[in-house]
Design a protein around this ligand. Structure first.
Ligand code: SIN
Length: 507
């Protein structure tokens, strides 16, 4: 099918059709677009990012893990990091396809210039990896993949990337997804598709401190859930342990600890060996909790980089420190920040969600690969592997026009600061009650506040279509899904850490 404006439907001035509509433009969305386009599909990528910094993948530092010559050990590392909660079948899909996907797309198609060491790649290591197996470009791997990927697809026949374009709602009919209502420049247009692939990234905007770009409001998870799709593992929200704690925070990659960086409390003591036998390279959830505890006990935690050639190995990070006046030679002050949602829209090994013709890939999906805690440098890989598989599977269906939901914009004006004030309230609740430490009573309290907040937002959504209002709506739906899943899971495991009341109150 060629892309053509369809007849105006249902009171909208305009409507479009495409074979595959991908919502989101990180590595998972772009891989889905590539997979579908290779099958001959006409693909539209709708992204609210104004490229390229708006996509989470652009910010990914560490790298992309491959299995090298020992896939079995890679699988065991993923399972161990997840405290044996990852789905072994999903882990097989990831690892068994890792080398081929990386070679095909990143090396042969995009020519990504991974760092080398002599004749071979400069494989590095991060926490909970038993082997050096991470391909990287300095500590800016996401950018080095994302930019050529966008350029490649810009020139690819049959692919159209529409940036600054938000998906407001899925179009569904009798249990099947038929497209989405897209908003651009205030105009809402139905885009009908044979299949929709959600690739909207994470939920960083639900927390006061996050490594995600602005606009990470859980759109895909919320849109899918509102349309009736299943979600899974939503309680597993991963916090990265080493994010600069000063003004204008930034992630300090786990690769720095992989190369010998040490964590010290404000009294100068190295504390991680007291928490885990793998010390600084323990699973991320363990390190994040230890860092938080030491910050509370002693005031600050420092990443000591004196044992490595920091400026030589991590010039980008050294530059970020210097631009913020941090004398990294004396240590970098770090603390946990929200980093990655391990759960999401429940999907199978091809990215298929529980609604017909709906797919989800990347961070907004739950493939089962991460279980309760994700192993470092597997997120770009998961996005790449599942993106390609979902894109290939999604191709081959024609769009059909059905009745689109009637989104009203009777009164475009919102009360001043409406969204920003509600976001402050939502983040406070998530930070206090649904963060690194959780207590059942608090989770009940959080649900009550979030339900009220969602009710207030829904009242406005009935008559308005502004993007900020929809982002707030998605954030409140996703926050409720996280909180409800946390309240329903009484097993403390991985990132879901249930504590006694006095510890919860000690914050
Ligand atoms: C990092 O560079 O520490 C982040 C890598 C990841 O989240 O996988």
């Amino acid at each position: 099918m060629s892309k053509a404006d369809a007849d105006a439907t249902d009171g909208y001035d305009d409507a479009r059709e495409t074979d595959v509509l991908v919502v989101g433009s990180g590595i998972a969305g772009l891989a889905a677009a590539l997979g579908a386009a290779r099958e001959g599909a006409d693909v539209t990528v709708a992204t609210k990012a104004t490229r390229p910094e708006g996509a989470s993948s652009w910010w990914a530092q560490g790298g992309i893990a491959v299995s090298r010559d020992d896939p079995g050990q890679f699988k065991r590392d993923i399972l161990a990091a997840s405290a044996d909660t990852a789905d072994p079948a999903a882990v097989d899909v990831l690892v068994d396809n890792a080398n081929d996907a990386v070679r095909d797309v990143l090396v042969d198609t995009l020519d990504v210039d991974f760092d080398t060491n002599g004749d071979d790649y400069d494989f590095t290591r991060e926490a909970a990896h038993d082997q050096d197996r991470i391909l990287h470009v300095d500590a800016a791997t996401g950018k080095a993949i994302h930019v050529p990927f966008l350029h490649y697809l810009d020139d690819h026949d049959g692919v159209t990337v529409r940036d600054d374009t938000a998906a407001l709602q899925l179009i569904t009919h009798e249990g099947r997804v038929h497209g989405a209502l897209l908003e651009s420049d205030g105009e809402v247009t139905p885009t009908y598709a044979g299949a929709v692939v959600l690739a909207t990234g994470g939920i960083g905007d639900l927390y006061p401190r996050s490594t995600n770009p602005d606009g990470s409001t859980g759109d895909g998870v919320a849109m899918a859930a509102l349309a009736g799709a299943d979600t899974e593992d939503m309680e597993y929200v991963q916090f990265h342990p080493t994010v600069y704690t000063g003004e204008d925070p930034f992630l300090v990659s786990e690769a720095v600890r992989g190369e010998g960086g040490l964590l010290r409390n404000d009294e100068g003591e190295r504390f991680m060996p007291d928490y885990h036998e793998d010390a600084e390279l323990a699973p991320r959830d363990v390190v994040a909790r230890a860092v938080e505890k030491e910050r509370e006990a002693t005031g600050e935690v420092w990443l000591d980089v004196s044992g490595l050639d920091f400026a030589g190995e991590f010039p980008g990070l050294a530059g970020k420190c210097e631009s913020r006046g941090v004398e990294w030679q004396r240590g970098i002050p770090v603390g946990p920040a929200e980093h990655f949602l391990c759960g999401g829209v429940a999907v199978d090994d091809r990215g298929r969600a529980s609604l017909d013709r709906l797919y989800a890939v990347g961070e907004c999906s739950c493939t089962g690969v991460h279980g309760a805690n994700r192993l470092a440098s597997t997120s770009l890989l998961e996005g790449l592997v599942w993106g390609l598989r979902a894109g290939e599977d999604a191709a081959g269906h024609d769009a059909s026009v059905v009745e689109a939901p009637d989104l009203l914009d009777r009164d475009p004006a919102l009360p001043e600061n409406f969204a920003s004030e509600k976001f402050v309230r939502l983040r406070r609740v998530m930070d206090e009650y649904v963060g690194l430490r959780r207590h059942p009573d608090d989770l009940g309290r959080a649900q009550a506040v979030l339900r009220r907040l969602k009710g207030e937002v829904d009242a406005y959504v009935r008559t308005r279509t502004s993007r900020s209002l929809y982002e707030l709506r998605y954030a409140s739906v996703t926050a409720l899904l996280v909180t409800r899943a946390a309240a329903e899971n009484d097993r403390s495991v991985g990132t879901h850490n249930i504590v006694e009341a006095d510890e919860a109150r000690a914050r």
